[in-house]
Design a protein around this ligand. Structure first.
Ligand code: URA
Length: 177
């Protein structure tokens, strides 16, 4: 599994340490989040806070198993004040590419607009519009855009959309493997 040892010269590592990915590095399904929060820094792994609770429940409801997935973030360090800046995402792109390319992937689930932009390199994309269309091909595999679990936490009525998209990711992986 790729590990982050140091990021020389990265000016965005304000609230490090860098939090590496979790899960099965050989998984055909990768989930990409935005950035670690305080809980993730404390426990040294992604999605262990309230957004993680939403995500793991939706994962189970979609018929997926947490241990069979690979999970990483658009940026590896906790951003200041809350959202990663464009420069931080750019600075962390090589590390994200290593995580995505470590093994052949079938599906890349982009959790929210930041992840969608980090995965595609297209800063015009937004998840609300993108998830209305079919999954599309990227150099890493088919991209399934979906809502960030933190958004679902604020708007629980949107939870079925997250579950539905995760189910699509599972179906693609099942049919293509
Ligand atoms: N925790 C993460 O690791 N990533 C997010 O995007 C949100 C919470």
């Amino acid at each position: 599994m790729p590990t982050i040892k140091h990021c020389p010269g990265c000016p965005y590592r304000e609230f490090g340490p860098a939090i590496g990915p979790r899960g099965d590095p050989t998984s055909p399904i990768v989930l990409v989040g935005e950035a670690p929060g305080a809980k993730e820094v404390k426990k040294k792994k992604p999605f262990v806070g309230p957004a993680g609770d939403v995500l793991w429940k939706a994962v189970a409801e979609a018929g997926l198993h947490e241990a069979d997935l690979f999970i990483t973030n658009s940026v590896a360090c906790r951003p200041h004040p809350a959202r990663p800046r464009v420069g931080a995402i750019r600075a962390c792109q090589g590390r994200l590419a290593k995580d995505l390319g470590a093994s052949p992937r079938l599906v890349v689930v982009a959790l929210g607009t930041t992840a969608l932009r980090a995965v595609t390199g297209d800063s015009r994309l937004g998840v609300t519009e993108a998830r209305r269309g079919p999954p599309f091909l990227s150099r890493w595999g088919l991209v399934v855009p979906t809502l960030h679990p933190a958004r679902v936490l604020r708007r629980p009525s949107e939870r079925p959309l997250l579950v539905e998209d995760l189910r699509s990711a599972r179906d693609i992986a099942v049919h293509r493997s």
